[in-house]
Design a protein around this ligand. Structure first.
Ligand code: PMP
Length: 441
């Protein structure tokens, strides 16, 4: 039956689908870190709905919140009317935000996906400043709608709609392993900041007067690339000095994932706009922007949409935010993530195809390279296109679901639920090491 389902869906569904191709699994049940296929096979899920499942699959806290709401008879869809669920969610969300930001912030409920919130953030900044330019980074990923694509870095997916990026100035993200300036580490990040500053002040630099700078504190789809805290503080200073709103996209980094409730907490920067989705809905679709109240210059109806928050997602989201905070799951992500990263880093000595291990908390990337290739000026070996894809398939055979990202899709990404157990952590690392060894050894 599972084979028939896979065959039928492949025949009928859009060819843009990717996951169903890489994971020919028909999930029947799921709990915690585990997905059980219709054939009874079990998989450890380190994709977690692309980082959505902070509490894993079907956590009792989420199920209880959804059940309670359904049974209460609350309307499941009322556009943007005031509801107790929205009130609860907003309270829970604001309680987690950096206090200096939350004190004077507004929330705008967007369409259900991260990309909808990115569009809202760009439009808000353009509305508030009256300018159109956008500053964005190499390797960035912000979504698949026109504005979000324009500020994303991967050209392959956006080539068919090129032309939408006319107002975007692309700046070098401080990717230490393959540094855009041929210098790794902190020095590369300093050069990136210095270049940004000079370019913005160059009247002939071709920069369209910026309405905003948008960035991820740790690039996710871009290959799990954490920006150094000093660089983030430099971006905050550079934008503040020039009156440019700073939009931080925490769609993937939020809700404890990086070892702090929000990734901005590591550097202490206070953004002007935060873009939030994925885990905030506790596995149901929800996306919001939170921004400084001075930017609230929309005219009524300036940015609407039919699905402006969903009652069930707000209930599941409020329960998730409260649970992550109460149980200290961000701290747990920091601790477990450090353990995983250290063990993966140690594996580099045995498995030379591992070029780089990096990440923050439970957002971990393992960049696979050609171990025979000569290292570049930063010490990075050349990419080995295709290797990571074979490793992903080998992981699946061993009952482990991982995702790829980054340049040449050569980074294996691990985004396990924050509640992953210690034994599961060991099993994930064993299976991944074995898969890398089998493919490259
Ligand atoms: N921003 C970031 C940082 C993301 O990682 C993603 C999704 N991977 C998005 C935006 C877009 O979110 P969605 O897929 O829900 O549109």
């Amino acid at each position: 039956a599972a084979d028939a389902i896979l065959r039928r869906q492949r025949a009928r569904e859009s060819s843009a689908r990717t996951y169903a191709r890489s994971f020919p699994v028909v999930p029947a049940r799921a709990y915690g870190t585990t997905i059980e296929g219709a054939d009874g096979r079990r998989y450890l899920d380190c994709l977690s709905g692309a980082g959505t499942l902070a509490l894993g699959h079907n956590h009792p806290v989420v199920i209880e919140a959804v059940k309670r709401t359904v049974e209460s008879g609350a309307p499941l869809h009322v556009l943007d009317l005031a509801t107790p669920e929205k009130d609860e969610f907003t309270d829970a969300l604001f309680a987690t935000l950096p206090p200096v930001f939350a004190e004077r912030a507004r929330v705008h409920f967007c369409g259900p996906a991260g990309t909808d919130a990115v569009e809202a953030a760009l439009k808000l900044a353009q509305t508030a400043t009256g300018r159109h330019g956008l500053l964005a980074f190499t390797g960035a990923y912000h979504g698949m709608t026109a504005g979000a694509l324009a500020v994303s870095g991967g050209v392959a997916v956006k080539r068919p709609v090129s032309g939408i990026a006319a107002d975007v100035t692309r700046l070098p993200y401080p990717y230490a392993y393959r540094c855009p300036f041929g210098v790794g580490g902190e020095r590369g990040a300093e050069l990136s900041a210095a270049y940004t500053e000079r370019l913005l002040d160059d009247p002939n630099g071709g920069v369209v007067p910026p309405a905003a700078m948008i960035l991820e504190a740790v690039q996710g789809e871009g290959g799990v690339v954490p920006a150094p805290d000093g660089w983030l503080r430099a971006m905050r200073r550079i934008t503040a000095e020039r009156g440019i709103p700073l939009i931080v996209d925490e769609v993937q980094t939020g809700v404890g994932r990086t070892g702090a409730f929000w990734a901005v907490e590591h550097s202490g920067i206070v953004p002007d706009v935060m873009v939030l989705s994925k885990a905030i809905g506790g596995s149901l679709p929800l996306a919001v922007i939170v921004y400084r109240e001075e930017y609230d210059r929309w005219s009524p109806g300036a940015h609407t949409g039919t699905f402006r928050g969903n009652t069930l997602a707000m209930a599941a989201g409020a329960a998730t935010l409260r649970y992550v905070a109460r149980e200290g799951l961000a701290e747990r992500a920091a601790e477990v993530g450090a353990r995983m990263t250290a063990r993966l880093d140690a594996l580099r000595a045995e498995l030379p195809a591992i070029g780089d291990v990096r990440g923050r908390g439970l957002m971990i990337g393992v960049e696979l390279v050609d171990p025979e290739g000569a290292p570049d000026a930063c010490g990075a070996r050349p990419p080995a296109p295709g290797t990571a894809d074979r490793v992903r398939a080998a992981c699946l055979e061993r009952g482990l679901i991982v995702e790829l990202g980054g340049r040449y899709d050569s980074t294996v990404r691990l985004l396990p639920p924050l509640v992953i157990g210690d034994e599961e952590v060991e099993a994930v690392l064993d299976r991944l090491a074995d898969a890398i060894d089998a493919v490259t050894g």
